[in-house]
Design a protein around this ligand. Sequence first.
Ligand code: ZN
Length: 359
Amino acid sequence: MDQKEEQLLIDLTSARGIAGNEDEVREVFKAYAKDFADDIFFDGLGSVVAKHGAGGGPKVFISGHMDEVGFMVTKITEKGFLEFQTIGGWWNQVMLSQQVEIKTMDGEIIHGVIGSKPPHVLSPEARKKPYEIKDMFIDIGASSEEEAKEWGIRPGDMVTPYTEYKRMNKTKFLLAKAWDNRVGTAVALRVLENLSKREHHNVLFAGSDVQEEVGLRGARTSTHLVNPDVAFALDTGTAGDTPGMTPKEADSVLGKGPQILIYDASMIPHKRLLNFVIKVAEELEIPFQYTVIAGGGTDAGQMHLTRDGVPSLAITVPVRYLHSHNTIIHEDDYLNTVRLVTEVVARLDNDALASLRDY
Ligand SMILES: [Zn+2]
């Protein structure tokens, strides 16, 4: 990966954006897409779509999602601490003592930490138990409610994990917050770039949805707007290659390729589309891993149910420590996902579409 390619990943993971607050991510998307798109447009909730291709062929929609898991300020206490609501799926064990950023209405960034008790005051029983989310708070170094208000903090402000992007010890393992789902967003942008430089007999709509982490909401509106013939959700999936994970829970290995979701809680993939993608991967010898995520869904869960039904599939990049401050991907998985999706979209012409949709 060259400097420019890596910078896109840094820009996307550094941007702050919980569900309903995706502005920073959308700006990164627009700035990158403008050189390759014929047109960039939005649904009413803020999902972004970049179009390329003159028409005549199938409408192919590929989309990541912009929002990351985070929190929302609900209340400032008298002493100047912040109470919060989780936005997206959090596990209490990965939250305590983590640094966060609060973005105020005026765009100021306030640094904070999710407070915790020191072990010194805990009984042996208390140390064994996870701390409940409802008892957690954010410490911003303010001494009173008035001071926090002077800094511009209000209920409703977005709170995002704070983690700096790092290439781990000169390897291909990349650490950042929000790989879920800035990496899918990056894939959409890179496929747009690739196909803008290459002949393709279809119209590509490369996008990124709002509000996936709270129930696939943006995909519902964006897919209605695009009205595609075929759709792909580009997202992240669980890795199973760390100590304690069992193959039953997840068996993907970082570096072994993109994941093709054969089952998740939101969708049965379109069988002919699934076979089409597998054939492309095998023909070009692009590595991939079959994946099942029984306890989660992707935007494809909404895409495939849009209007009169859209053949859909989710292609994901395996991630370690999903939905935490510190998530890890492997560079090769990202690049191979870009390659696979580029080659699949390039082959989706009228004949291919007929083979998918003539029942
Ligand atoms: Zn997620």
